[in-house]
Design a protein around this ligand. Structure first.
Ligand code: GLN
Length: 304
């Protein structure tokens, strides 16, 4: 399979079509990035990297970090965790508050903000220095020191964090939050403010394409069955209220972030990260989704 040629074709076609969206501005610092950037990096299971465009430029990974934090608590909390968070698609926006009330403080899944806050709360119970340990974990997965937390994005999120703060208080009122709210929010905003390039992000997802074994960390990160389950969650919940459309158009487990990134995996073949900052009205990157749709069309395979 000539991945290099395929991603170059995809890149050209997406650029020619030039569909536009809107850079996220509810976190003001995110609106300062230049909107025309676009990069793709595909990493196969031998460690070969195929990149095109701005694939080496670090960007804000935002909610893609929710996959890394879920992985960190998955083993230890496995059964306990699933009494605190469900595994159903939400069909609602990522930062919705309403559903949390009528479902009595149990978030629909670990990838909407409410669910991710429960995961980060669990992570804060497990690790003594959670921010440092998240950073080290992702560096390990990528096989190099590549994670940087952007302090300006982090404080911008804190300053405009009313919804996430409300979600945390709501969870606490349902006794589904064990640690100090400000401390957990600090960790959550730090993980969202992580910057990485497409190539490092794709490497950090490689273990999910490889039955839980990371060729970059050279170790089994989680069991094969856990890797399969995280992929199932990405497929059903990774794009919030656009998860069905992503499965329909692309057919790969993946996770988006409001920085414009999408990371996805084709089990037993490759991991891929695509980034372009302009988003559709569901908060997912317009060009990244188009690129992945073209990719699986050209490959003539997806998960299905
Ligand atoms: N930091 C963002 C938030 O909490 C992450 C959302 C996202 O990427 N979808 O609102």
């Amino acid at each position: 399979m000539d991945y290099k040629q395929i991603i170059e074709e995809v890149y050209q076609e997406v650029q020619e079509e030039n569909q536009r969206g809107k850079v996220a501005d509810y976190i003001p610092e995110l609106a300062t990035v230049s909107p025309d950037q676009f990069g793709i990096a595909l990493v196969d299971l031998k460690g070969n990297v195929y990149g095109v465009g701005d694939y080496q430029v670090p960007f804000s990974i935002q909610s893609i970090s929710k996959v890394h934090t879920l992985t960190m608590v998955f083993n230890v909390f496995n059964n306990k965790l699933w009494s605190r968070v469900n595994v159903e698609p939400s069909g609602d926006p990522f930062n919705s508050i309403a559903q949390l009330e009528y479902e009595k403080g149990i978030p629909r899944n670990p990838f909407i903000n409410a669910g991710a806050l429960v995961i980060t709360d669990a992570l804060c119970s497990k690790f003594e220095k959670p921010i440092q340990q998240i950073t080290e974990f992702i560096n390990e997965l990528a096989g190099e020191t590549c994670v940087k937390i952007n302090g300006d994005v982090k404080s911008s999120e804190f300053k405009h964090g009313e919804r996430n703060t409300a979600l945390a208080y709501f969870l606490k009122s349902y006794k589904n939050f064990n640690n100090n709210i400000d401390e957990v929010l600090e960790v959550y905003f730090s993980q969202c403010a992580i910057e990485m390039s497409c190539v490092d992000l794709a490497k950090s997802f490689s273990f999910l394409a490889n039955d839980g074994f990371s060729i970059f960390a050279k170790q089994q990160i989680i069991s094969e069955s856990s890797a399969r389950r995280i992929n199932a969650l990405m497929l059903t919940c990774g794009f919030y209220d656009e998860a069905g459309e992503f499965a329909y158009r692309v057919g790969l487990p993946g996770k988006s972030g409001v920085g414009g990134g999408v990371a996805a995996v084709m089990p037993h073949k490759f991991s891929i990260a695509v980034w372009s900052p302009e988003l559709n009205d569901k908060g997912n990157s317009v060009k990244a989704i188009k690129a992945l749709e073209l990719l699986t069309d050209k490959l003539s395979f997806s998960l299905f």
